[in-house]
Design a protein around this ligand. Structure first.
Ligand SMILES: Nc1ncnc2c1ncn2[C@@H]1O[C@H](COP(=O)(O)OP(=O)(O)OP(=O)(O)O)[C@@H](O)[C@H]1O
Ligand SMILES: [Mg+2]
Length: 357
C-alpha cells in the first residue's frame, strides 16, 4: 500500500497557473477520485504524482519518501507506480500475455517470475482465457483490461488511472467500475482515479476531491459532497440542482421570484440567500407550502420529470413514474421540500450563471 502527500504544490505552464498551493493527503488503501471540469488540472496532478511532470513549487511524498521537491526528483520508473492513461495503448502485434508481461520483460525479470506475475494479474482482470489472443480479437472492454493488467503486473502500491473507461460504452463502463473497485480491494492498493464523470466518482470513491479554479473546492465522501456541498459550485457540479434567490429571516425563506411564497427555515443564514434544491428533493404534497401550475411533464418510465411554474420561476420536480397517470398539465399543484441547501448570496452563483450563458 502507499500514501500520497501533496504539500504546497503549485503548477504553472508558462504564465498560466493551473494549480495553486494544493495540500492533500491520500491514505494507504484509499480509493480517491479527482473530479472537476475539463482543464481544471486533474491529469496534471496525476502526472506529477507519476513523475512525468515537475511541480513549480511544493513537495510530493509517496509513503513518506520525498519524490519531488527542492533538489529531489525521483524519475517515474523508480516510483513503483502503475498507470493507465485515457488512451490505453496496447501493442497490436503482441498477444495478451506478452502485452501484460511487457513492463517486466524490459526490466529483464526472470522468465519463470514473469509467468507467475502475469498469470496472477490475468486472473484478477478475468483475462486468463484470452492470454493467447491478439488485441484485435478482443472487445474494447477486454483491451482496456489488458492496459489495467499491464499497470498491475509489477505489483505497484499505487495505481493512477486517468479516465480509463472513457472509450467504453455505457454498459461496459458500469461493469468495469465494479471490476476496478474489486481489484483495488483484492490487491489492497491505493488508487488515484481521474474522471469528469460524477456518477463514476460517486460509485467508486472513498473520497472525492472536487477541483476548480486551481483549488480543491471540497473533499469528502460521496455522501458529504452530494448532500453537504460547501459552496454553490460543488452543489451545481454534482447531480441535478436548481438555484432560487431568497430572503431568509423570521423562521422562513421568502422567494420573490415565486411571487413572494415562503418556506419554513431555521438555519443560520439571514438576509439574501441562494437556495439549492435537488429536483428529487421536492415533491407533490397537497399540504406543501409552495403552490404552482404544472406546465410540462417528461415521462421517462421510472420517473416523471416535471416543470412547475410558480410566479416567474420554473421549478423542476422529479416525481415517481407512477404519478404520471395522476397528474395533468395545467393543474394547480402544491409542493413540499424534503431537503434544501442554503448558501449566503456572495455573488458566486451570479458569476457561475454568467459564465454559463
Ligand atoms: N504541457 C502543457 N503545456 C501547457 N499547458 C498545459 C500543459 N499540460 C496541461 N496544460 C494546461 O493545464 C490545464 C490543466 O490541464 P489538465 O490536463 O491537467 O486538465 P484536466 O483537468 O485533466 O482536463 P480534462 O478533463 O480535459 O482531461 C489546462 O488548461 C491545459 O491546457
Ligand atoms: Mg485530463
Amino acid at each position: 500500500m502507499a500514501s500520497v502527500k501533496i504539500q504546497h504544490i503549485s503548477k504553472a505552464f508558462g504564465e498560466t497557473v493551473v494549480l495553486k498551493d494544493i495540500n492533500e493527503t491520500f491514505q494507504d488503501g484509499e480509493f480517491v477520485t479527482l473530479l472537476g471540469p475539463s482543464g481544471c488540472g486533474k491529469s496534471t496532478i496525476l502526472r506529477m504524482i507519476a513523475g512525468f511532470e515537475k511541480p513549480t513549487a511544493g513537495e510530493l511524498y509517496i509513503d513518506d519518501r520525498l519524490v519531488s521537491g527542492g533538489k529531489t526528483f525521483v524519475p517515474p520508473e523508480k516510483r513503483n507506480i502503475g498507470m493507465v492513461f485515457q488512451s490505453y495503448a496496447v501493442w497490436p502485434h503482441m498477444n495478451v500475455f506478452d502485452n501484460v508481461a511487457y513492463p517486466l520483460t524490459i526490466k529483464k525479470v526472470a522468465k519463470a517470475e514473469i509467468r507467475k506475475s502475469v498469470e496472477r494479474v490475468l486472473e484478477v482482470t478475468h483475462l486468463t482465457q484470452y492470454a493467447d489472443r491478439f488485441p484485435s480479437q478482443l472487445s474494447g472492454g477486454q483491451q482496456q483490461r489488458i492496459a489495467l493488467a499491464r499497470a498491475l503486473v509489477a505489483a505497484p502500491n499505487l495505481l493512477l488511472l486517468d479516465e480509463p473507461l472513457s472509450n467504453l460504452d455505457a454498459k461496459l463502463r458500469e461493469s468495469m467500475r465494479f471490476e476496478i473497485k474489486e481489484i483495488q480491494k483484492t490487491m489492497g492498493i491505493t488508487v488515484v482515479y481521474v474522471t469528469h464523470d460524477q456518477t463514476e466518482a460517486m460509485a467508486m470513491s472513498d473520497r472525492i476531491f472536487l477541483l476548480n479554479g486551481g483549488f480543491v473546492q471540497q473533499s469528502g465522501s460521496p455522501d458529504e459532497i452530494y448532500n453537504r456541498p460547501v459552496n454553490q459550485f460543488v452543489a451545481d457540479f454534482l447531480g441535478k440542482v436548481d438555484f432560487f434567490k431568497g430572503e431568509a429571516g423570521n423562521g422562513k425563506i421568502v422567494f420573490p421570484g415565486m411571487g413572494g411564497q415562503a418556506v419554513a427555515y431555521d438555519g443560520p443564514h439571514s438576509g439574501k440567500v441562494d437556495v439549492a434544491i435537488r429536483p428529487e428533493n421536492i415533491y407533490f404534497d397537497p399540504a406543501g407550502p409552495l403552490t404552482g401550475v404544472l406546465e410540462k411533464q417528461y415521462y421517462l418510465g421510472d420517473v416523471d420529470d416535471c416543470r412547475v411554474r410558480a410566479g416567474d420561476t420554473l421549478i423542476r420536480v422529479i416525481a415517481n413514474g407512477y404519478l404520471h397517470k395522476e397528474l395533468w398539465d395545467g393543474q394547480t399543484v402544491h409542493l413540499a421540500i424534503r431537503d434544501m441547501m442554503v448558501f449566503e448570496d456572495d455573488g458566486t452563483l451570479d458569476e457561475m450563471l454568467k459564465i454559463r450563458t
